[in-house]
Design a protein around this ligand. Structure first.
Ligand code: NAP
Length: 248
C-alpha cells in the first residue's frame, strides 16, 4: 500500500484535467495539497471541494508559473501555509499549435514560458527547501512529443523536450540530497487540452494506439502517485511514457 500520510504536495495546473486527477490521487493517499492555477476559479473550487471531502488540507494559489517573481512569492506563501513541502508536481501546461512556418513568435514564446520556464521557476524556488530538508519528490509532466516531435507543435514539443533535459539535470544535481526528479510523458489523454480536436481526429488517433483508446487523467495520476511516494526512492532522472503503447 502507498501512504503519503504526513506529506504535503504542490500540484501546478491542479484545477482541472491531469493536474486535478493527480491532486486528488495524492490526497486520496493521505497528502495535503497546494494547488497552483491561473485562470479557472470555478474548476479550482471544484477540485478543492473534492479534496476537502477526503478530509485533507487543501489551498489554492493563483499564480502564473511562467512569471519568476510571482512564482517566488507563491512558493514562499505555500511554505508558510503548510510548514513544509515534500512533493512538487509540475503539471501546468498550454498549447498554441501551428506549423513552424506560420507560428507567431508570441505563440512560441508563450508555450516555452509556461511549460519549460514555469517548470524551472517552481523547481528553482523550491530548490533550497528540498536541499535543506534532504528530501523531495519532483514529478514533471512532459509529453511523448518531447521525445518524438510532432508536426504542428514546434513550440510544445521543444518545451517538453526541454522539460526532459531539465528533469535529468535536476536529478543529477539533487540526487545526493535524497531528492528525486522524474518525468511522465503522457500520450493522448482525455482532457480539455484534447477536447478541441474533432471526433474524427480523436477516433483516428485512438485507432493508431496499440491499446485502441485515449488515456484518462487517472492513468497519469497512478504513475504520479508512485513517483511521489517512497516506493520510487531509487528511481531518478527517468522519463516514463503513459501512452497505451503509442510511442514504443
Ligand atoms: P488542461 O486541462 O488544459 O489543464 C492545464 C492546467 O494548467 C490548468 O489547470 C491550467 O490552469 C494550468 N495552467 C495553464 N497555464 C498556467 C500558468 N501559466 N500558470 C499556472 N497554471 C497554468 O491540460 P491537461 O491535458 O490536463 O494537461 C496537463 C499537463 O499534461 C500539461 O503539461 C500538458 O502539456 C501535459 N500533457 C497533456 C496531454 C493530453 O493529451 N492532454 C498529453 C501530454 C502531455 P487554469 O485552468 O486555471 O488556467
Amino acid at each position: 500500500m502507498i501512504s503519503l500520510e504526513g506529506k504535503t504536495a504542490v500540484v501546478t495546473g491542479g484545477s482541472q484535467g491531469i493536474g486535478r486527477a493527480i491532486a486528488c490521487k495524492l490526497a486520496e493517499n493521505g497528502a495535503d495539497i497546494a494547488i497552483v492555477y491561473v485562470g479557472n476559479q470555478d474548476r479550482a473550487a471544484e477540485t478543492v471541494s473534492m479534496i476537502e471531502a477526503m478530509g485533507r488540507k487543501v489551498k489554492t494559489y493563483y499564480c502564473d508559473v511562467s512569471n519568476f517573481e510571482e512564482s517566488k512569492e507563491n512558493v514562499a506563501k505555500i511554505i508558510e501555509d503548510f510548514g513544509k513541502i515534500d512533493i512538487l508536481v509540475n503539471n501546468a501546461g498550454i498549447t498554441r499549435d501551428g506549423l513552424a512556418l506560420s507560428m507567431k513568435e508570441s505563440d512560441f514564446d508563450a508555450v516555452i514560458a509556461v511549460n519549460l520556464k514555469g517548470t524551472f521557476n517552481m523547481i528553482h524556488h523550491f530548490y533550497q527547501h528540498f536541499m535543506k530538508k534532504r528530501y523531495g519528490k519532483i514529478v514533471n509532466i512532459a509529453s511523448v512529443v518531447g521525445m518524438t516531435g510532432n508536426a504542428g507543435q514546434a513550440n510544445y514539443s521543444a518545451s517538453k523536450a526541454g522539460v526532459i533535459g531539465l528533469t535529468k539535470t535536476i536529478a543529477k544535481e539533487l540526487a545526493s540530497r535524497h531528492v528525486t526528479c522524474n518525468a511522465i510523458a503522457p500520450g493522448f489523454i482525455n482532457t480539455d487540452m484534447t477536447a478541441v480536436l474533432s471526433d474524427k481526429v480523436k477516433e483516428g488517433m485512438a485507432a493508431a494506439i496499440p491499446m485502441k483508446r485515449m488515456g484518462e487523467p487517472e492513468d497519469i495520476a497512478n504513475l504520479a502517485l508512485f513517483l511521489a511516494s517512497d516506493l520510487s526512492s531509487y528511481i531518478t532522472g527517468e522519463v516514463i511514457r503513459v501512452d497505451g503503447g503509442m510511442c514504443m
